[in-house]
Design a protein around this ligand. Structure first.
Ligand SMILES: [Zn+2]
Length: 218
């Protein structure tokens, strides 16, 4: 065992981004599959067989067929298998924990397959690393706030960024990349702005009457 799983998410996303670049950042789930010669069929459950002798095969329930995140999730499984990292994960963590790691990684990758690099670059060029950029990513991709926030915060593993979502007085989501938030997931924080030092680079945006998004950088 020589692979260091500490870099697992980073290595996987690096692989995903390299494939996307090859496909000119195709964001449509079915066109992405077609470009990779992944066959998409309709069936009783959602699953994929990357090692099928006739080439990778994906089966999805009829209501998930289309430009959907279920297709992207199965594509993420095929990419993980191709990358060789799935085998490393199972070898390192065993069958039970390993498959949970695989599921989490594939779900994480859905945001990267849906929100492509040109979308992120456009949002950051327009609004910097900010809450407005997350909102713009939502507009471009149709993704929910959590997915768009994670996509921006974890875009580059070397950068220093964090984001959070408030649901009323509670922290409902956090994302941290080399940037430590002054509160944690599920904490009660009535006035989050007061928890940051005055010189902190942080921006806020009210998404709904009860939901506030915060993004920190630098
Ligand atoms: Zn899965």
């Amino acid at each position: 065992m020589t692979y260091d799983t500490a870099h697992l998410a980073q290595d996987y996303i690096h692989y995903v981004k390299a494939v996307q670049k090859q496909l000119r950042h195709e964001g449509h789930a079915l066109r992405f599959a077609r470009a990779l010669s992944i066959r998409v069929r309709i069936g009783f459950s959602n699953r994929c067989t990357p090692e099928h002798p006739n080439g990778p095969l994906m089966v999805v329930q009829p209501w998930h067929y289309g430009n959907t995140d279920v297709i992207r999730h199965e594509e993420a499984h095929i990419l993980l298998w191709w990358s060789g990292l799935e085998a490393e994960i199972i070898a390192e963590f065993g069958e039970e924990l390993g498959w949970r790691v695989v599921e989490n990684l594939c779900q994480f990758a859905v945001g990267f397959l849906r929100i492509t690099q040109p979308m992120v670059d456009e949002a950051v060029n327009r609004y910097g690393v900010s809450a407005k950029a997350v909102k713009h990513l939502q507009k471009l991709s149709g993704a929910d706030a959590r997915t768009a926030m994670n996509r921006l915060i974890y875009d580059d593993a070397r950068s220093c960024r964090a984001g959070f979502l408030m649901s009323g007085r509670y922290v409902s989501e956090v994302a941290q990349c080399n940037w430590g938030l002054p509160f944690g997931w599920l904490d009660e924080v009535p006035e989050p702005a007061k928890r940051f030092p005055s010189d902190a680079k942080v921006s806020f945006l009210k998404l709904t009457p009860s939901q506030v998004l915060g993004v920190c950088w630098g």
